[in-house]
Structure formats: structure tokens, C-alpha cells
Design a protein. Structure first.
Ligand code: BES
Ligand code: MN
Ligand code: ZN
Length: 494
């Protein structure tokens, strides 16, 4: 897919040749309102744009799209009026602009050029929304369709700040697309070996250092969790390590992401219904690879080292069993009571390895538990970890439009992970607090003194419903934008 070209444009938009002009509408206290930025279009309609939209029954609610022909009032033949939702007292929010720009971008598919007046509200949000909304994945379609809009002019000043904001937004949207592409690639083509190859090619091209541990190297170094989980598949597991060191690096950050390229559940096999969705069980890994490429591009003044375990969870004669005891990297032993709780096993190996580098912060993300979806739904990630850092990550996630909520690690659940045989069992043996129990399991492997955040994205990583805002069916790229913003925040504030 070729992403739309974006540019900052200040000229008179009524005389600028284009296929469409995008304006925003709002649900005000007294009904429909035009969003700031629509003035020039409204003037071309002799101040009657609101009345025209009212006649067309526009309400301004989020995701609404109303098309108005201009009959020569503007150089562009069409106005796309996109709903921003409720009109907040303290101004239109970034996520409102991002979503509305995404709706517009989807409606503009196949067009050559559009003008987006929402950029006057927030340049970066309009840019991100446009690029994310225009995203399509047609790799496996014979008919590739009409393709996304070729060019979108963001109606905003060409100031130094706006230029920098646009550049960063484009890089971030590109990273989200990298993550989405990985997630949308089916498991017969994306398995540990091919995932490691593709990740390594991307990272090397971005100028990053890459090391790939194959099954032999994993065995030699004692990665019992990754080997145990990955043993059932003919496609053997990998651990990919990607490092970046910015000039004047002040802090060291470790990133870890779950890379289960397909999760059948293993011997504790999952029911057939919905199992196909487990093609997305490597969304955490995809987000981390994409974030590393982004780090190289945005040159954060940080040292960042990613440890990305990749395995396929399959039942077979070589598969690990319920009842097995695994010796994890670093020596802790785990009794496997359910082979479908595999994510935490590959993650703990990677977390112990990541902590050997002595990071100040550890951010780990995974499609870890169905319990996350039960607790918080399909669109809000659960964040656990060190109290302060957990709250910081959750707040930043929500602020960038990736809804996230802090969750506790209740001490009383920890004893339920005690094992008859080993140091730890991989499940509690009951359903209560499943997301939190997984967090408690991971905590056992995080080194003392590391500020740690675990982001469970089981719900938000993969969208199965109809497209909305800038989110299409399939991989969403969550939490790339959260992690990028957390890295920027650490770079700025320590
Ligand atoms: N990959 C799943 C979690 C998941 C569920 C992700 C739904 C996305 C959507 C994970 O490996 C899993 O199977 N977890 C089990 C853990 C249980 C056995 C303790 C679960 O949540 O049921
Ligand atoms: Mn599982
Ligand atoms: Zn899984």
C-alpha cells in the first residue's frame, strides 16, 4: 500500500484544485455546529453551510459523514462534513480530530487530492488520523481495489513547529502500519523463523543492531520457556534482540513483546470458534519491532534494547504437556498446568534476559489474557507493574488515543500461583482475576529496581468489527503510539 502524501498548505482553499474538502461538525449544546477551520468553506457557501448540513440531517456525532456538492462555490466539487462528536468546553480534543480525519480518509479512497481543514485544530492528530484511516492491507487480494487517497493537504500554517509535528506524526503512523502489516500477515506465512527474518531486515535497514537466537542458541543458553512453548511446532522458536543507542542517551529502556505467531492453545487446545483470531497473538512483538524502527527514525536520546520471543503454540508429539516442569532462562522452574497460558512463559524468559542489560525501565506488551477483554472490553488495554510507572503509562496511552487503564496486582492472588513441584505454576487453577494473575506471574521475573509496565492488549490489538474512525478490521497497531509517547516522555523528563 502506498500511503497518502501529506503537505501543510496555507493558500486560499476555495480556489485550490482538489477532489474534496474535509470540514468538521460538532454536537453543540444547541445542536449542530461547524468546527473551527470550516470558515473559508462556510464563506464560499455564503454562510449557509450549517443550514445545508442541517437540511441533510447532519448531527455532528462522531463517525458521521455527510457529503455536500459545491456546484462551483469552491474549486473542489465536494465537501465532506465529518462528525467530531460532542463540543467540549476546553476545545476539540486530539483524538476527536484523529478519528474524524480517519473517517474522511476512508471515504476518500481512490481520490487524487483532498484538503483537510481539521489540521487547523491539531496538525499531528489530523496527519495520524489521515494516514491510519487510509491504511489497507491487500497483500492477499487478487483485486487490490482503488487504493488510498493519493495526496492530502493539511490546512495549517507551515511553521517550524507544524513541520516538526507533521514529520513525527508521519513516522509514528508508518510504525503503526508496520505493526499492522505483521499482524495482518497470516500464520502460514508469518511463523517464528519468517517473523525473525522480516523483523531483522526492517531493523537492519533502519540502522539498528540485530541478533537472532535460533533454537540451538536458545537451547545452549537455557531459554526453557521459549523452547517449551515452541517445541510443538515444526516452525522452531526464536528470540530476536534489537538495540538502539541514541546520542546523549540518558536512560536505558528495555522493551519486550509477546510473539506467538499462532496460538492453538497447544495440548490444552482452544475451541474452534474464533481460533483464527489467534493470528494476532504476536501483536505485542509487532508493536515492539515497529517501535524500534521508529526509535531509529526519531532518534530518541535513549538507549533502547528490545527482546522479542517468537514461538508457535501447537499440539504435537513434541509439544509440551500440562504437568511438565520447565526450567526458565535464569533458572526458575515453572510447572505447566495449562499449555494455553503460554504467553507468560515466553515472556518471562525474555524479561529475565532484558533485565540482564540493567535497564531503568521495562515496558512489556502482550495479547496475554481473555480476562483482559472481559474486564476492560475490546478497546481499553490493562496496565500493570510498578505503581508510578504503571499510572504514567496508562495516562499517556489514553492521552494519545490508545485507551488504557491501570490495574492492580493483588497480593492474595500470588499464593494461587504456588506449585506442588516447582517454584511457580503457570496458572492459578481458578478464573478470578485472570489478567492480574498473569501480571503477578510476570512480576516474579522482573529484576529488583527496574521500573516496570506490563500492557495487556488482548482486546485492543485486533479489531474484528466494522471499521470506525481510523481503525480498520484486523491489526490495530496498539500500543505503538503509547510506547512511542512514553519513550518521548522518558527522554524529556527522565
Ligand atoms: N492469547 C491468549 C489470550 C487472548 C485471548 C488474546 C483472547 C486475545 C484474545 C492467551 O495465550 C491465552 O490463551 N490465555 C488464556 C490463559 C488461561 C489459560 C489462564 C486465557 O485467557 O484464557
Ligand atoms: Mn494461549
Ligand atoms: Zn496466547
Amino acid at each position: 500500500m502506498t500511503a497518502p502524501k501529506l503537505a501543510l498548505t496555507e493558500g486560499d482553499l476555495s480556489t485550490t484544485a482538489a477532489d474534496a474538502v474535509v470540514v468538521g461538525t460538532l454536537q453543540g449544546a444547541d445542536g449542530l455546529e461547524l468546527a473551527p477551520g470550516a470558515d473559508a468553506v462556510n464563506a464560499a457557501f455564503d454562510g449557509a453551510l450549517l443550514e445545508v448540513l442541517g437540511t441533510l440531517r447532519a448531527s455532528g456525532k462522531a463517525d458521521e459523514l455527510v457529503k455536500v456538492p459545491t456546484f462551483g462555490k469552491l474549486a473542489a466539487p465536494l465537501v465532506l462534513a465529518v462528525g467530531l462528536g460532542k463540543s467540549p468546553e476546553n476545545g476539540v480534543g486530539e483524538e476527536q480530530v484523529r478519528r474524524a480525519s480517519g473517517v474522511a480518509a476512508r471515504a476518500l479512497a481512490g481520490k487524487k487530492r483532498a484538503l483537510n481543514t481539521l489540521a487547523s485544530l491539531h496538525v499531528a492528530a489530523a496527519a495520524e488520523g489521515t494516514l491510519l484511516g487510509a491504511y489497507t492491507f491487500t497483500e492477499y487480494k487478487s483485486d487490490k481495489g482503488e487504493g488510498p487517497v493519493a495526496k492530502v493537504d493539511l490546512i495549517a500554517a507551515g511553521s517550524k513547529e507544524n513541520k516538526a509535528a507533521l514529520k513525527a506524526a508521519v513516522a509514528i503512523a508508518e510504525a503503526v502500519a508496520i505493526a499492522r502489516d505483521f499482524i495482518n500477515t497470516p500464520p502460514n506465512d508469518l511463523y517464528p523463523g519468517s517473523f525473525a527474518d522480516r523483523a531483522s531486515k526492517l531493523a537492519t535497514a533502519a540502522g539498528l543492531d540485530v541478533e537472532v537466537l535460533d533454537e540451538k542458541a536458545l537451547k545452549k543458553q537455557g531459554f526453557g520457556g521459549i523452547l517449551g512453548v515452541g517445541g510443538g511446532s515444526t516452525r522452531q522458536p526464536r528470540l530476536v534482540r534489537i538495540s538502539y543507542k541514541g546520542a546523549k542517551a540518558t536512560k536505558k529502556v528495555a522493551l519486550v513483546g509477546k510473539g506467538i505467531t499462532f496460538d492453538t492453545g497447544g495440548i490444552s487446545i482452544k475451541p474452534a470458534a474464533g481460533m483464527d483470531e489467534m493470528t494476532s497473538d504476536m501483536s505485542g512483538a509487532a508493536a515492539i519491532v515497529a517501535t524500534m524502527v521508529l526509535a531509529a527514525k526519531l532518534k530518541y536520546p535513549l538507549e533502547i534494547i528490545a527482546s522479542i520471543p517468537m514461538a508457535e503454540n501447537m499440539p504435537s508429539g513434541d509439544a509440551y504437556r500440562p504437568g511438565d516442569v520447565l526450567t526458565m532462562y535464569g533458572g526458575k522452574t515453572v510447572e505447566v498446568l495449562n499449555t494455553d497460558a503460554e504467553g507468560r512463559l515466553i515472556l518471562s524468559d525474555a524479561i529475565v534476559r532484558a533485565c540482564e542489560d540493567g535497564p531503568d525501565y521495562l515496558i512489556e506488551t502482550a495479547t496475554l489474557t481473555g480476562a483482559q477483554v472481559v474486564a476492560l472490553g475490546k478497546r481499553t488495554a490493562g496496565v500493570m507493574g510498578s505503581d508510578e510507572f504503571r499510572d504514567r503509562v496508562a495516562a499517556i496511552g489514553t492521552a494519545v488515543g490508545e485507551s488504557a487503564w491501570p490495574m492492580p496486582l493483588p497480593e492474595e492472588l500470588r499464593a494461587d500461583l504456588d506449585s506442588r513441584l516447582a517454584d511457580l505454576a503457570n496458572v492459578t487453577g481458578h478464573r478470578w482475576g485472570g489478567m492480574l494473575a498473569a501480571g503477578l506471574f510476570l512480576r516474579e521475573f522482573v529484576a529488583e529496581g527496574v521500573q516496570w509496565a506490563h500492557i495487556d492488549i488482548a482486546g485492543p490489538a485486533y479489531h474484528t468489527g466494522g471499521a470506525y474512525g481510523y481503525t480498520a478490521k484486523g491489526g490495530t497497531g496498539v500500543p505503538v503510539r503509547t510506547i512511542a509517547a512514553v519513550l518521548a516522555d522518558i527522554a524529556a523528563n527522565g
